[in-house]
Design a protein around this ligand. Structure first.
Ligand code: DCP
Ligand code: MG
Length: 433
């Protein structure tokens, strides 16, 4: 089988968002990005659930052995839901003929010479070593026979909204990303008392079944006593998993995991911890808080608490992206103003469509330009909060023009909308300051 690249003519692609001029698709790679709000801190906060400790000496300094400080008379039970290989799976649903084939969603590989990255790959493609964020050219080398598809962010957003609408019929939800969020499966004081892990597991099964029934998509759900542990649990049995971790299983199921599996341990912290011979969550838990503080500052103390199973149980409001951006890498670096202008207009159209799809208004329009030597400039301008395409185009053009005057060759241009305001219930311009 030859590599199939953006295969035309299928019902699927008819549903896809318009991809602009033929030239754009054939010669350029595009990346759509949504910046998520920062992950909530795992530091001990007003609302915490404390695990039961097996003995007093294991209780970390400064923490009590009380079950809950939420003020409710039930134990918090939190689930984390994460869709399986989300973009790829959505594509497979609308193109059933892809079943069983390796599918990669991301930039155009252009027979191994494409210049963007992989957004995601289905589990068949992952067996070849393809994963999110690797260069598309590398993905092509790993599996030239894979089906490579462009990103249809608008469609994935619509499916995402549908999924959380379904989930919210069962429980309070907090969407934290396009394909993930938390559910509160705790007991309630009212008629719909749940309250046990067994009941929570049943509800999670019903949610998984409803999502599958209504969208054809599978997800993985983790259930635990706080958000951080629930998120780890969700990742333990992917795809289509349902994993319950109870307080008494902290040491058996969570402590053996690598340090970086703990929310808040990023690449830098991982390196620092590894240098101190701390490689597992259990080793973080067993480390002296003073040692962690010396290594990572006050964040070390937060990680120590998290490793002992302390974490937030409070669900926040609805997820809203902080910014929406689109950028294009030219197939060949160019200083042709007509090409640059056409691409910029196309990016404005797309980023604007994304904002409409997300139902957000925006206050700031930014542009990004990368020259052939990788020198990168960004510029942003704030305007009156709006949803107008014309404003995006005008500000983008005015902002990028000074950088183009030099006549230097350009590798990449991008447009970004930020200062986003939820549009639901806010129909009149005058309502925005
Ligand atoms: N995504 C992206 N670029 C990345 C990572 C992710 O565009 N570097 C997009 C594509 C994913 C979606 O976000 O489908 C959700 O991200 P996840 O990390 O949840 O990854 P998947 O859902 O694809 O796979 P998994 O089954 O591991 O959750
Ligand atoms: Mg996912």
């Amino acid at each position: 089988m030859q590599a199939t690249v953006f295969a035309p003519g299928s019902a699927t692609l008819n549903n896809a968002r318009p991809t602009g001029t033929a030239r754009f698709d054939q010669t350029q790679t595009e990346k759509a990005t949504m910046e998520l709000p920062k992950a909530k801190s795992v530091a001990p906060a007003a609302s915490m659930a404390f695990p039961k400790q097996s003995d007093g000496k294991d209780t970390p300094r400064g923490h009590t052995k009380n079950a809950s400080t939420t003020g409710h008379n039930y134990e918090p039970i939190i689930a984390h839901l994460d869709m399986d290989c989300f973009f790829a799976q959505v594509e497979q649903v609308r193109r059933p003929e892809l079943a069983g084939l390796p599918v990669v969603v991301g930039a155009d590989p252009r027979h191994g010479h494409g210049r963007g990255v992989v957004c995601t790959a289905n589990y068949v493609a992952r067996k070849f070593g393809i994963k999110s964020a690797i260069p598309i050219s590398q993905a092509y080398r790993l599996c030239p026979d894979a089906i490579f598809l462009p990103v249809d962010y608008r469609h994935y957003s619509a499916v995402s909204r549908h999924i959380f609408q379904i989930a919210s019929e069962f429980a309070k939800t907090e969407k934290t990303g396009i394909d993930e969020g938390y559910l509160d499966l705790s007991g309630t004081d009212g008629a719909r008392t749940i309250g046990t892990f067994t009941a929570a597991e049943q509800t999670a099964r019903q949610i998984k079944a409803a999502i599958l029934d209504k969208t054809g998509l599978t997800c993985s759900i983790g259930i635990a006593w706080n958000k951080g542990i629930a998120k780890m649990a969700a990742g333990m049995q992917k795809p289509n998993g349902l994993t319950v971790v109870k307080q008494h299983e902290l040491q058996a199921k969570i402590w053996p995991l690598p340090a970086e599996a703990l929310m808040g341990v990023g690449p830098q912290n991982k390196i620092r911890l590894n240098h101190a011979n701390i490689t597992t969550i259990g080793q973080i838990a067993r480390s002296k808080p003073r040692v962690l503080a010396e290594l990572l500052g006050s964040w070390g103390l937060s990680l120590h608490a998290a490793a002992w199973g302390h974490g937030s149980v409070q669900l926040g409001g609805f997820w809203q992206p902080k910014s929406i951006s689109r950028e294009t890498t030219f197939g060949t670096d160019t200083n042709n103003w007509v090409d640059l202008r056409a691409t910029l207009d196309e990016l404005c159209n797309r980023v604007h469509s994304d904002a409409i799809a997300e139902n957000v208004w925006f206050k700031t329009v930014g542009v990004k330009i990368r020259f052939d030597n990788f020198e990168t400039h960004t510029r942003a301008k704030s305007i009156k909060t709006t949803q107008a395409l014309e404003s995006v185009r005008t500000v983008a053009k005015d902002s990028i023009w000074p950088a183009l005057e030099s006549g230097r060759k350009v590798r990449l241009v991008g447009v970004r909308l930020s200062g986003l305001v939820d549009g639901s219930g806010q129909k009149k311009l005058g309502e925005f300051k």
